[in-house]
Design a protein around this ligand. Structure first.
Ligand code: FAD
Ligand code: 2HG
Ligand code: ZN
Length: 447
């Protein structure tokens, strides 16, 4: 059972009575009914790529891990309705490929797409690098099929774009991290395929320049802007040090970088011209220090590799603290300045690995231990570092988790930083749907 009982970073470990791998909705329902009758708690698990321990059982050895990976059928592609009906265990990349085969696009895109599942994407309301244009997972869903905590199957697999018949229940389950039921299938939206694209790696003097540049890109590119990812020099240095095959696009080092991508449904949309005009304007305003426009698919892939390699690279630098925070986009420079100052004062030497989806106001404000520090002494400061970061998040009316969810690593912090009324309403919903508290207990809420 080992691969089901630890995560890829080895940051969380659990024990389980057993791992069950049902292959159909009926089998999932039968397992859930048995667990409900026997009062045994369940931990739904997809690709186990989550970053906050949500898919890990506790260490009692009494929980059942319910893996969805055998529920991996694409039930239907409907190009005319621009929808696809998929089971929860379908790996995201396979879904992207199925959409492409039908001449359409499924736009959710993230570093773990080769192993994360649609069920996990739904249960965490995953984001990624194309949210700027297409939204989070929540925005890509029309219907859900869910096995409720008592084993009843809710068939909400509707493929309607408009349905105003009361509360939209699917949104309760999206982002619920397995605490309200087991998602077994979904109807998802498809989009027109992108037939041309342009990609650039750009060096910037400051985070203020990144905000000004995204403004120019939007003015000139409109909604062709599909990606705008920002990275600090520290983040890029880790990748260059640890991820095979990555090279620095520039001879000199720079404080900040952005990876920009434009996409269009027309095959000859002259996106390179738009990118060049925008970057030329930015150069004139002193916003850009250097820029490299990718001229081949291999170069595009290399630039994305540099960006997507940050998670893996940071693992090689010892234990790290992940803060997937969000603030209003306009507050990003001030947030970074204030959080950096707080950490430098309180925890000298820690290495700040700041990068992310700047156009969504969502930063990965991750922290690695100081060079040469003992793992144990860094871990002893973890809680204090986390609070230092979250205090600054709170000062900007931000969120302590914009992407990865609360799981078992941020539920204590949520109890402090999330609005008390909202938390209490959430608990009422949990109580209503799962009165026995058997669905992924100890996640989201402090039990
Ligand atoms: P798991 O890790 O198995 O589970 C995650 C949570 O969902 C758990 O609480 C689990 O109980 C619940 N769950 C899983 N399946 C079901 C189901 N069928 N029904 C009910 N509950 C379920 N996330 C982002 O949002 N954006 C990113 O850019 C991003 N990049 C990443 C890059 C890397 C390298 C890695 C390792 C992770 C990244 N993640 C990112 C985090 C992770 O990939 C996502 O949270 C993903 O959606 C999890 O999917 P999964 O199938 O692995 O879910
Ligand atoms: C990303 O944007 C992911 O690369 C992972 O959300 C972030 O590893 C992380 O902290
Ligand atoms: Zn992210």
């Amino acid at each position: 059972m080992r691969s089901y009982l630890t995560d890829w970073r080895n940051a969380f470990r659990g024990k389980a009575a057993l791992v069950v791998r049902p292959a159909t909705t009926e089998e999932v329902a039968a397992v859930v009914r048995l667990c409900h009758a026997a009062e045994v708690s369940l931990v739904p698990q997809g690709g186990n790529t989550g970053l906050c321990g949500g898919s890990m059982p506790d260490d009692s050895g009494r929980q059942v891990v319910l893996s969805l990976t055998r529920m991996a059928r694409i039930r239907e592609v409907d190009p005319a309705n621009a929808t696809v009906t998929v089971e929860a265990g379908v790996v995201l990349q396979r879904l992207q490929e199925a959409a492409a085969e039908a001449g359409r696009l499924f736009p959710l895109s993230l570093g773990a797409e080769g192993s994360c599942t649609v069920g996990g994407n739904l249960a965490t309301n995953a984001g990624g690098t194309a949210v700027l244009r297409y939204g989070n997972m929540r925005d890509l869903v029309l219907g859900l099929e869910v096995v409720l905590p008592d084993g009843t199957v809710w068939n909400g697999l509707r493929s309607l774009r408009k349905d105003n018949t009361g509360y939209d229940l699917k949104h309760l389950f999206i982002g619920s991290e397995g605490t309200l039921g087991v998602i077994t299938a979904a109807v998802l939206k498809l989009f027109p395929a992108l037939r041309s694209q342009a990609t650039a790696w750009v060096a910037l003097p400051s985070t203020e320049a990144a905000l000004a540049l995204i403004g120019i890109m939007r003015d000139l590119g409109g909604d062709r802007l599909t990606g705008f990812e920002m990275m600090s020099r520290q983040s890029v240095e880790f990748v260059l040090r640890h991820v095979a095959g990555c090279t620095d696009p520039f001879a000199q080092t720079h404080p900040w970088y952005v990876l920009i991508e434009l996409g269009d449904t027309l095959p000859d949309a002259a996106l390179g011209d738009i990118l060049e005009t925008a970057l030329g304007e930015a150069f004139e305003q002193g916003l850009v220090l250097d820029a490299a426009i990718a001229t081949s698919e291999a170069r595009v892939a290399a630039l994305w590799h540099l960006r997507e390699g940050i998670s893996e690279a940071q693992n090689h630098e010892g234990p790290s603290l992940k803060h997937d925070i969000s603030v209003p986009v306009s507050s990003i420079p001030a947030f970074i300045e204030r959080a950096d100052a707080a950490l430098q004062e309180g925890f000298p030497g820690v290495r700040i690995v700041c990068y992310g989806h700047v156009g969504d106001g969502n930063l990965h404000y991750n922290i690695s231990k100081p060079v040469g520090a003992e793992d144990a002494s860094f871990k002893a400061c973890a809680e204090a570092i986390m609070h230092a970061v979250y205090e600054v998040v709170a000062a900007f009316n931000g969120s302590i988790s914009a992407e990865h969810g609360l799981g078992q690593s941020k539920h204590h912090a949520a109890a402090l930083y999330k609005d008390a009324l909202e938390l209490s309403l959430m608990k009422s919903i949990k109580q209503l749907l799962d009165p026995k508290g058997l669905m992924n207990p100890g996640k989201i809420f402090v039990s």
